[in-house]
Design a binder for this molecule. Structure first.
Ligand code: FRU
Length: 497
């Protein structure tokens, strides 16, 4: 019976998508090469996996409106991480444990076992007293149609852990067991809770892998765990840590005790628009990371949910990034190689000596483009390097590299009449000959990477195509760029069809 309800709810969701598809296709703010929903609302990436020859993206999805609502799992596949084909909704609310207007099928992950694709997700409902979250399993033989396990939920909150804050399981295999980490909250402290299983259906609690004593906030949303070059990494989006919304900790997990020992910490992205990143391993052994290009904290600043809402959609993913471990055990987040395939028309300039008079760094039509700049720090004495991006001379996003203070700011207060806020981070130039800057601009976003892909800012803006000037200039001296290279980026037609 409930299997039938599940099918019925998926069909209803598909009808809703069909009805709104054309409206969303004609949207002026839709992304040209970032992954976005076919219609409706998208938040976290879920269940990222390479399975049977294809990359799978699942995502938190509300097909019924372009704002958050009862959560479904949307689904799309790709052979190259660039062009995506939408598949039917994978999970729709259908069971007492995952149906409620304030709940649904919340975030989770995927793993392959005996040829089948398993999704482990958080069922969220309201029992009359409050929200209850449990961990649940759905299985597929073909990677398209999913069957919810009759024994759900497979994990309920341990004693003392707040049932309303127990979510977002990430699963992986180590030796001959599966492990799962999910976020919890106990006495107002965030916890990463570790479980173990042989079959993905029966789980035993191992230990609290990491607990916040305040320094990591009150709840870990979307924890992720993986090993890279002999080190272990725990990542999460902490609640209650202000501007720190996506952090990583490199260290070591002791599988005997279940305790994670932190060594090095860092921020994946300092922008407003990077949240709930999830990683997966691809067939070439790359660790790839994808995040929701948005955030809960500042969204309320928007009037009427912002311009894309008016066009029947809201939310997209950041560009996929490859994680790399540095010798000092910090991490780099490098846009995947595949993106080079989208390049179109190269503009190249060597040894540009830039002062107050600005030079153009646009590629393509100045809206969808990529730009790479290398500052020769030995020949540069400027105090600041300033970029005005997606500008029409009045509205613009201003990026400032303050070389004296070692501070990068991205200011979108004048970006588009909607977006607000200024993000900030620090970079170091001492002992370095160059400063690298890499920019990806799309219709509604700018992603900035610097300092060896360790200082990154993802920033959404909703600027019309008439805002297509992109310039750089220097203040308080000159800035010598040993190289400025720009490309247009081909329109992927919203990535579908
Ligand atoms: C993170 C999050 C998750 C939750 C999901 C609900 O953005 O709040 O913790 O599972 O979104 O859509």
């Amino acid at each position: 019976m409930s299997e039938q309800i599940h099918h019925k709810n998926i069909e209803l969701a598909q009808m809703e998508i069909m009805n709104k598809r054309e409206l969303v296709k004609s949207g002026s703010m839709r992304q040209r090469y970032h992954f976005m929903p076919e219609t409706g609302w998208l938040n976290d990436p879920n269940g990222l996996i390479f399975y049977r020859g294809k990359y799978h993206y699942f995502y938190q999805f509300n097909p019924y409106d372009a704002y958050w609502g009862e959560m479904h799992w949307g689904h799309a596949v790709s052979e190259d991480l660039l062009h995506w084909e939408y598949l039917p909704v994978a999970l729709a609310p259908s069971e007492p444990y995952d149906s409620h207007p304030e709940g649904g099928c919340f975030s989770g992950s995927a793993v392959e076992h005996e040829g089948r694709l398993y999704l482990v997700y958080t069922g969220t409902f309201h029992d009359g007293n409050g929200i209850v979250q449990t961990q649940c399993v759905a299985v597929s033989e073909d990677g398209v149609n999913f069957h919810k396990y009759e024994g759900n939920p497979v994990i309920t909150a341990p004693d003392g852990v707040d049932a309303a804050n127990f979510r977002d399981p990430k699963v992986w295999k180590y030796e001959d067991s599966f492990y799962l980490v999910c976020g919890g909250k106990k006495e107002n402290r965030a916890q990463a809770l570790l479980y173990r299983s042989k079959d993905l259906l029966h789980w035993e609690f191992v230990n609290v892998m990491l607990e916040s004593r305040g320094e990591w906030g009150t709840m870990f949303e979307c924890p992720d765990f993986y090993s890279i070059d002999g080190k272990d990494v725990l990542m999460f989006s902490p609640m209650g840590l202000g501007e720190r919304t996506s952090v990583y900790i490199v260290g070591e997990l002791d599988y005997k005790t279940g305790v994670f020992m932190p060594e090095v910490t860092g921020e994946i992205d300092w922008g407003f628009d990077f949240y709930a990143p999830q990683s997966f391993l691809d067939p070439q052994g790359r660790r790839i990371l994808v995040a929701w290009a948005n955030g809960w904290q500042w969204m309320t600043w928007w009037k009427d949910w912002g311009p894309s809402y008016q066009e029947g959609w809201c939310g997209f993913f950041n560009l996929p990034r490859q994680v790399r471990l540095m010798p000092n055990h910090t991490l780099q987040f490098v846009p995947v190689e595949e993106l080079k395939m989208l390049r179109n028309g190269r503009r190249l300039r060597y040894d540009a000596d830039v002062q107050e008079e600005a030079i153009d760094i646009s590629g393509g039509d100045g809206v969808a483009f990529e730009s790479r700049l290398v500052v020769d720090l030995e020949k540069t004495n400027a105090e600041r390097i300033i970029m005005e991006l997606r500008s029409d001379g009045v509205q613009k996003t201003v990026v400032t590299f303050d070389l004296r203070l070692g501070q990068l700011t991205v200011d979108r207060n004048a970006a588009d009449g909607w977006s607000r806020g200024r993000t900030r981070s620090n970079f170091s130039v001492s002992g370095k000959n160059t400063l690298d800057i890499h920019i990806f601009s799309d219709q509604s976003s700018i992603e900035i990477f610097s300092n060896h892909y360790q200082v990154n800012h993802s920033c959404n803006i909703f600027a019309p195509c008439s805002q297509n000037q992109n310039i750089v200039y220097a203040e308080g001296g000159n800035a010598v760029f040993s190289c400025i290279e720009s490309f247009g980026i081909e329109n992927q037609g919203g990535l579908i069809d």
